[in-house]
Design a protein around this ligand. Structure first.
Ligand SMILES: NC(=O)c1ccc[n+]([C@@H]2O[C@H](COP(=O)([O-])OP(=O)(O)OC[C@H]3O[C@@H](n4cnc5c(N)ncnc54)[C@H](OP(=O)(O)O)[C@@H]3O)[C@@H](O)[C@H]2O)c1
Length: 264
């Protein structure tokens, strides 16, 4: 990897994909900044990153608090004086039908999954540009490619990321800013356990689909490589990724398949 002397900020680093990527980067001896809500869990990840050879700072933060994200971003920049790669990966999923879903669930999911990465990027970009450029990687989902039952707000947040970050890519490419859209299918993490139900409570179960996903470590290898190569987009997962191509080339068939899916 060509990441000597790089500083990498990962959000959603306390578990799953973000944690696995943190360890891969730590082995390369980069400077890491890690964010998630759970300070105690982040401290454990930090200790492991330091053991693996990285300098590592943690910035615990609840990304639903949009009002103070500029301060969080300033702290992240100040930690090592620059950010070369921001991996905006924190996210929460959903398990509820539209008519049953409390509006607060929509707002929370949009805040963490969409508005937080938007606000972080807007604050970060001027500094990245001033220092010669940088990479913003953002975790979307195959649910950002087609609607899926029980995921109305989740899919909306992930669709929205494509609109914002493809625009960012076009507007700031000439200033040496690169965007990597990380698009997982199924990865075996806590995502279904932490997903929100109609009233905002945690789903609290590992869904069968999630359980059959690839490991976070396997996903992380592909993601870190794609970020290193500044690929505009990387699909990560197993056979479920076929749906992305079915939607692209046979949209009518994709709609029919999604209607018939027994979603959990
Ligand atoms: N796993 C999959 O199959 C899959 C598929 C498609 C897309 N994705 C996306 O991949 C990303 C990572 O998810 P994962 O699968 O690794 O799930 P995960 O194990 O549940 O990790 C989610 C991470 O996001 C953080 N997070 C959640 N709410 C937050 C908040 N309010 N403020 C700050 N951090 C918050 C969590 O930190 P705390 O627990 O400490 O709050 C955790 O570190 C998400 O964007 C998800 O949508 C995953």
């Amino acid at each position: 990897m060509v990441i000597d002397n790089k500083t990498i900020w990962i959000t959603g680093a306390s578990s799953g994909i973000g944690e696995a990527c943190a360890y891969l980067y730590a082995r390369e001896g980069v400077d890491l900044i890690l964010t998630a809500t759970r300070a105690d869990r982040l401290a454990e990840v930090q200790a492991e990153c330091i053991r693996l050879g990285a300098q590592c700072v943690i910035l615990p933060y609840d990304l639903t608090d949009l009002a103070h994200i500029d301060e969080l971003t300033d702290k992240a920049i100040a930690a090592f004086g620059k950010i070369d790669i921001a991996f905006l990966n924190a996210g929460i999923s959903q398990r509820s039908k539209i008519l049953e879903t409390d509006g607060k669930v929509d707002e929370k999911i949009m805040a963490v999954n969409f508005f937080a990465p938007v606000k972080i990027s807007r604050r970060l970009l001027p500094d990245m540009i001033k220092k010669g450029g940088g990479t913003i990687a953002v975790t979307t989902s195959i649910s950002g490619k087609f609607g899926f039952p029980l995921r109305s707000a989740y899919a909306s947040s992930k669709f929205a990321l494509y609109g914002f970050f493809e625009t960012l890519h076009a507007e700031y490419y000439d200033q040496n800013i690169r965007v990597v859209m990380v698009c997982p299918g199924r990865v075996k993490t806590n995502i279904s356990y932490n997903a929100l139900e109609a009233d905002g409570r945690k789903h609290g179960q590992m869904d069968d689909g999630q359980n059959s996903g690839i490991s976070a470590e396997k996903a992380a290898k592909k993601i870190v490589k794609a970020i290193d190569k500044q690929k505009p987009e990387v699909l990560v997962g197993g056979k479920e990724l076929l749906m992305v191509y079915i939607k692209r080339f046979f949209p009518g068939l994709a709609r029919k398949m999604v209607r018939k899916i027994k979603a959990t």
